[in-house]
Write a protein that binds this ligand. Sequence first.
Ligand code: ZN
Ligand code: ZN
Length: 374
Amino acid sequence: MKEYSRYLERAAGITQRERKVLPPEHREHKTMKAMVLENVSPIENKPLKLVELPQPVPGRGQILVRVSACGVCHTELDEIEGRVPPSTFPMILGHEIVGRVEGVGLGATKFKRGDRVGIAWINWACGKCSFCLNGEENLCEAAKWTGKDAYGGYAEYTVVSEDFAYTIPGRFSDVKAAPLLCAGVIGYRALRLSGMEDGKVLGLYGFGASAHIVIQVARYKYPNAKVFVFTRPHQREHQELARKLGADWIGATGDTPPEKLNCAIDFTPVGEPVREALRNLQKGGRVVVNAIRKTTPIPELHYTEHLWYEKELKSVANVTRRDAQEFLPLAAQIPIVPETQEFRLEDANQALILLKEGKIQGAAVLRMAEATKD
Ligand SMILES: [Zn+2]
Ligand SMILES: [Zn+2]
């Protein structure tokens, strides 16, 4: 308990002196429930432990958020299993956070108590390096990531700089808004980077949380485009969802679609679909890989078959605040209908095991007691 307490104070950047001038509700430690990761481990060992911790306190420029829903992202599996380890342990994972402002730190003016906000993967960036100055804060060397370098949303409360919180459009419930904050935002970024235009053919490899949102964006922005979806052969329910959301053709990874792809996005955690997407790509087309890590290597590429004719291969890394600020209003305008599967906070291990097995329809969301749902 002491160890967590010290860490939380450090994470909040608050000194004892500052605590004394805080509003009375933040001067004393209150507690909260959280699922914490203490060590890297296979998810099958259920490494997330339910613990009681001191509530964080909003530091200078920060807000205290009472979490009502937190999406479950594949990146959590990469953190838990050590492919993208948290920068410190214990860590509270979770970066698709929806909640309400319950406290405001010194100097924070953008939100007031009761406002509903979202928090995404980007937790902080330096604002001074060449990447930040160029609008590429997703590449900032000093950036901090929610649930990896700063405590995230697998908890009843969290704190964040007010500059890295977003207003959630009113049409989404807390549960439905959660997956928009990573699956949605990064999918939107990947679609933009793919160079997609109306009338072209888009291929989506993998049909989980992100892809099922991207197809809705693509259908809205590019009404005359064709969207082809590739899943693992046994994923009948994923294929059914793709059909419901307007896919023009659905097949298994390894299949050859009826037309070449101008743009393709690979959402899978494995290497093979990257080569498959390049094989099915039209001349001058582009494949975007939307994954933070791959659990298996990309098989050997043959220059003539996979890359010649000006084919391009590009990865997508992280998100910027601009991605979130652009995507959230667009999601409301379309409107995106996220498919969600709810779990209790204490069942986070189970949600992640199902995610690893490819058995989640749409997006898994941890729902706290007071969350709004449709
Ligand atoms: Zn994510
Ligand atoms: Zn920077």
